[in-house]
Design a protein around this ligand. Structure first.
Ligand code: GDG
Length: 485
């Protein structure tokens, strides 16, 4: 591949340097992500809360894109530093061209579709790769002067895969961990990306690579063994490309306490009561997703239509509220899916609707976060049916929002990371319209006792593997990861 570039540390890590930095848990935490949330603002969302809390505990730095483009024609790189209590927020503006190539281009038109197994939607030939490399290099150049010797760096997600390699090229020796929020596909899908080897080699500049599921870890391991002859060093460590890395699954969770507190807000209670009153004689099903082709929303609507066709007792009763939050508008594949959904919802409503009943209520807007637990609580059944998903936090939020004495039923795609943990959900193959319709029917008819038992088991898992567990497990593993001498 032309222009390929892999950065290795300028000098091997000496024993003294290793010793100095071994106490990774004790150092300042530096989080790097494409976007960041102001931890002072309430209800920023689960991940922002978790990261914000970790930063606030030890004091820390959060570094990322500002969300702003530089003034017309101006280059990327204007850095803004703000302080929010013990947390420093450092953000970079990007030029329009850099943003188009790095974010809209390579991240969202190559990495996102391929990592979700959608080779048909990937656009490899638009010259976005150079922009992705350029912005990652700029992030490294701007971050390096802000770092301290005992910092522990935690990089998030597919936008920033080569960041550690760029930092190492500049001499950075601190511990660096990476967490991928999206799935890691099987080797032969990954290999469709022209720069696949460069990408995976870049991951070996980290000390720890965290993935969402065991399936993802298996894919990664097979890739590096098949393509790079990786050696298994035991205890989740692999050696390839003259470096070693620890690779492990850290299934992300939600902040159960924060979510319970949200459920007690007036907005949440009002949402639940209003819906219960409106649908007193009907069965409510809910779906909440970003409007993304990975979420399987059209397949879900088709399965719901099949339910009404095959099980007529649900007509004039079962009602699906589907919230599809706008996202990445202007990207062709996203505009297509929006049109597809409008058609499908319209067709089902046209075929089965009555004067006083519409089977599908499709909402293409963002709901206030405080209303979500109320919506989940009002839903007798949740449909979480992505075609592929790293984890899926909606599934966990739905479980956490239920009344344990009278819980709803989770219908969950087997292709989510969450399905590895939430075995007591009703697992479905979203490509199988008839099978999914049958499972929805089973959910709607499930006995009280079975609902309670399944929910108890699910809730235990959601509580045990919450977002605090995730953060601590990752940072402990990062502190303990063995480094090449
Ligand atoms: C990525 C990975 C992984 C949704 N609609 C509204 C709204 N939401 C909130 C949900 C939930 C979050 O957005 C969505 O999280 P997911 O996990 O379901 O999916 P992605 O956005 O694709 O997240 C995924 C995750 O990263 C974490 O690692 O699980 O696999 O793709 O919290 O509640 N929030 C509000 N209004 C909405 O209308 N306020």
């Amino acid at each position: 591949m032309s222009g390929e570039r892999f950065a290795t540390p300028k000098a091997p890590l000496g024993t003294a340097a290793r010793g100095l930095k071994a106490a990774a848990g004790g150092g300042r935490l530096v989080v790097v992500s494409n976007r960041l949330a102001d931890p002072r603002k309430p209800a920023a969302g689960g991940l922002a809360v978790a990261v914000g809390e970790a930063l606030a505990t030890s004091g820390g730095l959060w570094f990322g894109w500002s969300g702003k483009t530089a003034d017309d024609g101006a280059p990327s790189g204007h850095l803004q530093v703000q302080h929010a209590g013990k947390v420093t927020l450092a953000t970079l503006d990007l030029s329009r061209d850099d943003l188009a190539a790095y974010y809209d281009g390579y991240s969202n038109r190559v990495l996102w579709p391929v990592f979700h197994y959608r080779l048909d939607l990937a656009q490899f030939d638009d010259g976005h790769f150079e922009g992705y490399q350029r912005v990652n290099r700029l992030f490294a150049q701007k971050l390096l002067p802000l770092l301290r010797a005992d910092d522990v760096i935690w990089v998030h997600d597919y936008h920033l895969i080569p960041l550690a390699a760029e930092l190492r090229a500049l001499g950075c020796e601190q511990r660096i961990g990476f967490f991928l929020h999206i799935p890691l596909p099987p080797p032969l899908i990954l290999a469709a990306i022209p720069a696949h080897e460069w990408l995976i080699r870049s991951l070996f500049a980290y000390d720890l690579v965290g993935l969402q599921s065991q399936a993802d870890v298996a894919h990664f391991t097979r890739y590096v063994q098949d393509e790079a002859g990786a050696e298994d060093l035991g205890r989740d460590h692999l050696r390839a490309f003259s470096r070693q890395v620890c690779v492990r699954a850290f299934p992300i969770g939600i902040d159960v306490e924060e979510f319970s507190a949200l459920a007690d807000t007036a907005e949440s209670i009002d949402t639940r009561d209003t819906l219960r009153e409106q649908y007193a004689k009907r069965q409510l099903l809910v779906g909440v997703d970003r409007l993304d082709y990975s979420k399987g929303i059209p397949q879900r609507l088709r399965a719901f239509g099949r339910l009404l066709a095959n099980y007529p007792e649900n007509r004039n009763s079962a009602t699906l509220i589907q919230v599809a939050t706008p996202t990445r508008e202007g990207v062709g594949a996203y505009d297509d899916i929006r049109t597809q959904l409008e058609l499908l919802a319209g067709r089902i409503n046209g075929d089965y609707g009555e004067l006083d009943w519409m089977p599908v209520r499709y909402i293409h807007r963002t709901l206030a976060r405080k209303r979500l637990p109320g919506l989940y609580r009002a839903g007798r059944v949740a449909l979480v049916t992505p075609l592929r998903d790293g984890m899926n936090l909606v599934a966990k939020e739905y479980v956490a929002a239920q009344d344990p004495a009278d819980p709803g039923v989770l219908v969950l795609s087997r292709f989510t990371g969450a399905a590895e943990q939430l075995r007591e959900a009703l697992l479905v193959n979203p490509y199988d319209t008839g099978g999914t319709a049958e499972m929805i029917q089973r959910a709607l008819r499930m006995s009280h006792q079975e609902r309670v038992e399944r929910h108890r088991a699910l809730m235990q898992r959601v509580r045990e593997f919450d977002v605090h567990w995730w953060r601590k497990a990752f940072l402990t593993a990062l502190a303990e990861a063995q480094r090449a001498g």
